[in-house]
Ligand binder design. Structure first.
Ligand code: SAH
Ligand code: SF4
Ligand code: F3S
Length: 491
C-alpha cells in the first residue's frame, strides 16, 4: 500500500473518531445507540459503494438498519441512469422530510451518481433545504470526514468533486452477504455511448492494481466468501491504463488460482472489447460461471452507430455464435433500449430479430430516457411516447417467451447451486442460485446458506425452478453416510 493511501486512511480514521464522540453523546442523551440506514439505488457498483459507506457508519458506532423509519441517519446512494431513478429519489425525499418533522435530530444525506449533476445540486439547495449532507461519486472515500462535518454542523454540507484519479484501498466495509461479494476492478467509463450519463457522473476509466484486487479477494475468501463478482462498467478494457498493463483475461486467470474461491462472475462486458483470450479462459475455467451479460442495446446498425456502440448486428451475432460454439452451455443475458432518437418500428424489428437468433436467457428492456448533457438528448428526432410503448411491449413479449423457452431446457438437469437464503414463507425451504443466475427453491437445512450443493431441477415455473437436493450422481440425498455438501460429507 502506498504512503499516500496510508495517510488518507489515517486521516479518515481520525474523522471516524470524531464521529464516535458524537455517537457517544447521542447515546447518553437518548439512552440508546443511534441507527443508520443506507438505501441503494442503481447498479452493482452502487451496491458495493454502499457497503463501504456502511462500513464507515459502523466504525463510527452506528447500528445499521434496513428500516428507514427507525434510523437517525439516512443515506440515499442514488442513480441517474434513467429519469425514473431520479424521480424515485425526489419522491422519497418528501417522505423523509415528514419523518424529520417528527424526529428533528434525523440527519438526511445524499450521495452517488445523481449528485454529480449540477442541476440536481441546485434543486436540492433550493427546494430540499432539510437535507444535511450531499456528496458525489469521486469523494466517497472521504465519507468519515463528511460525516464528522455534518454531525457537528447545523448547515447543509455539500462537497462535489468534478473528477478524481485517486483509488483509495482498504477502506472499512460492511458486507451485505457473508458468502458472496462484489469486487471493484475498475472505476469510470471511457465509452461515451451517446445515450449514457455514466461517463459524466463516474469519470474516466481507471483500473485497480491486480495485487490489490487479488489481496482483497483472498481476504474475502478467508472471511467465508465463496463467490465474487468482479465489477466494472466495461471489464473487458480492464488494465489498459496500468503501469504494467494486464488484460482482463489474465486477471481472471490469477483470480481463478485463489484457493477456497468457488465461483467467479463479472459485469459488464462491452461486446466491442470481448477478446478470444477471455472466451478461452472461460472455456477452461472451473470457477467462472457459464454466464455472460453482454449488452446489445439495439439490433439496427443505424441505431447502434448513432448510439456510438462501435459494433454491428452481424458482429454481435458472430460473437455470440463464437461464444456458444466454445462454451455450449453458456447463458447469455443482455440489456436492450427501445425509443432511442430516430428509432423506427423496423429498427425495433432488428432488435427482436437478434433476440430470436441469440436466444437470450434474459434481457433487461429499458425505455430510452433522455439524459441532459448526453449527445442523444440533444438529437432532434425523439420518438413519440406511443410509438416507444408499442415497440417496447412487442419486444418484451419476445424476450419473455425466449427466456421461458431457454429456462425450460434445464428441466431434469442436476446443477450446482449456491444456497443464498432461507425462504421467508416456509423456513424448511431455501433459495439457491445456479451458475446461469437462475433461482431454484428446494427443501434444505438453513445451515446450508452460503454452501454449494447439487440440485435436481424438477419443475420449471417460467423464470425459476423448484427442485431437490441430490448427491453428485444425481441421486436423492439421505444416503447412509449423510449428505454431501461442498465436497464434504455431512452426517
Ligand atoms: N456499463 C454497462 C451498462 C451501465 S448502465 C454497459 O455498457 O453495458 C445499464 C444499462 O442501462 C445499459 O446497458 C443500458 O441498457 C441502460 N441505459 C443506459 N442509459 C440509458 C438511457 N439513457 N435510457 C435508457 N436506458 C439506459
Ligand atoms: Fe454507459 Fe456505454 Fe459506458 Fe456502459 S459502456 S457505462 S452504456 S457509456
Ligand atoms: Fe446508476 Fe451510477 Fe450505476 S448512474 S447504473 S448507479 S453507475
Amino acid at each position: 500500500m502506498s504512503n499516500e493511501n496510508e495517510m488518507e486512511l489515517e486521516q479518515q480514521k481520525k474523522y471516524t473518531e470524531n464521529c464516535q464522540i458524537y455517537v457517544k453523546a447521542f447515546q447518553v442523551e437518548h439512552g440508546r445507540v443511534p441507527k443508520a440506514c443506507v438505501v441503494t439505488f442503481g447498479c452493482q457498483m452502487n451496491a458495493r459503494d454502499s457497503e463501504k459507506l456502511s462500513g464507515v457508519l459502523e466504525k463510527a458506532g452506528y447500528e445499521l438498519t434496513d428500516v428507514e423509519e427507525e434510523a437517525d441517519f439516512v443515506l440515499y446512494n442514488t442513480c441517474t441512469v434513467r429519469d425514473n431513478a431520479n424521480q424515485r429519489v425526489y419522491g422519497r425525499l418528501g417522505y423523509l422530510n415528514s419523518l424529520k418533522k417528527k424526529k428533528p435530530h434525523l440527519k438526511i444525506a445524499l450521495c452517488g451518481c445523481m449528485m454529480q449533476e449540477q442541476s440536481v445540486i441546485e434543486k436540492i439547495k433550493k427546494s430540499y433545504r432539510f437535507v444535511d449532507l450531499v456528496f458525489g461519486t469521486h469523494n466517497i472515500f472521504q465519507f468519515a470526514k463528511l460525516l464528522s462535518e455534518t454531525l457537528s454542523s447545523g448547515n447543509m454540507v455539500v462537497d462535489i468533486w468534478q473528477e478524481t484519479d485517486k483509488i483509495v484501498e482498504n477502506l472499512p466495509v460492511k458486507r451485505k452477504y457473508s458468502y458472496k461479494s462484489g469486487v471493484n476492478i475498475m472505476f469510470g467509463c471511457n465509452n461515451f455511448c451517446s445515450y449514457c450519463i455514466v461517463p459524466y457522473v463516474r469519470g474516466r476509466e481507471r483500473s485497480r492494481e491486480p495485487k490489490d484486487i487479488l489481496r482483497e479477494i483472498e481476504t474475502l475468501v478467508e472471511d467465508g466468501v465463496v463467490e465474487v463478482m468482479l465489477l466494472g462498467q466495461n471489464v473487458n478494457s480492464y488494465g489498459k491504463n496500468l503501469e504494467n498493463p494486464l488484460s482482463f483475461a489474465a486477471l481472471l486467470q490469477e483470480v481463478e488460482k485463489i484457493e477456497g474461491l468457488r465461483r467467479i462472475r463479472f459485469m459488464t462486458s462491452h461486446p466491442k472489447d470481448l477478446s478470444d483470450d477471455l472466451i478461452e479462459v472461460m472455456r477452461h475455467s472451473t470457477k467462472i460461471c457459464r454466464h455472460l451479460h453482454l449488452p446489445l442495446q439495439a439490433g439496427s446498425d443505424r441505431i447502434l452507430q448513432a448510439m456510438n456502440r462501435r459494433y454491428t448486428k452481424a458482429q454481435y451475432l458472430a460473437l455470440t455464435d463464437k461464444l456458444k460454439t466454445a462454451i455450449p452451455d453458456i447463458s447469455i443475458t443482455t440489456d436492450l433500449i427501445v425509443g432511442f432518437p430516430g428509432e423506427t418500428p423496423e429498427d425495433v424489428e432488428e432488435t427482436i430479430d437478434v433476440v430470436k437468433k441469440v436466444q437470450f436467457d434474459n434481457a433487461f428492456t429499458f425505455i430510452y430516457s433522455p439524459r441532459t448533457g448526453t449527445p442523444a438528448a440533444a438529437m432532434e428526432n425523439q420518438v413519440p411516447e406511443e410509438t416507444v410503448h408499442e415497440g417496447f411491449n412487442k419486444l418484451l413479449a419476445v424476450v419473455q417467451e425466449t427466456a421461458k423457452e431457454r429456462a425450460s431446457l434445464l428441466q431434469g438437469r442436476v446443477m450446482e447451486a449456491l444456497v443464498e437464503e432461507v425462504n421467508e414463507q416456509d423456513p424448511a425451504f431455501v433459495t439457491g442460485r445456479l451458475g446461469n443466475n437462475m433461482l431454484v427453491h428446494f427443501k434444505a437445512d438453513k445451515r446450508l446458506v452460503g454452501k454449494l450443493v447439487m440440485v435436481a431441477l424438477d419443475t420449471c415455473h417460467g423464470f425459476y425452478y423448484t427442485g431437490r437436493m441430490v448427491d453428485w450422481l444425481g441421486q436423492t440425498k439421505h444416503t447412509r453416510l449423510g449428505k454431501m455438501v461442498d465436497n464434504q460429507w455431512l452426517s
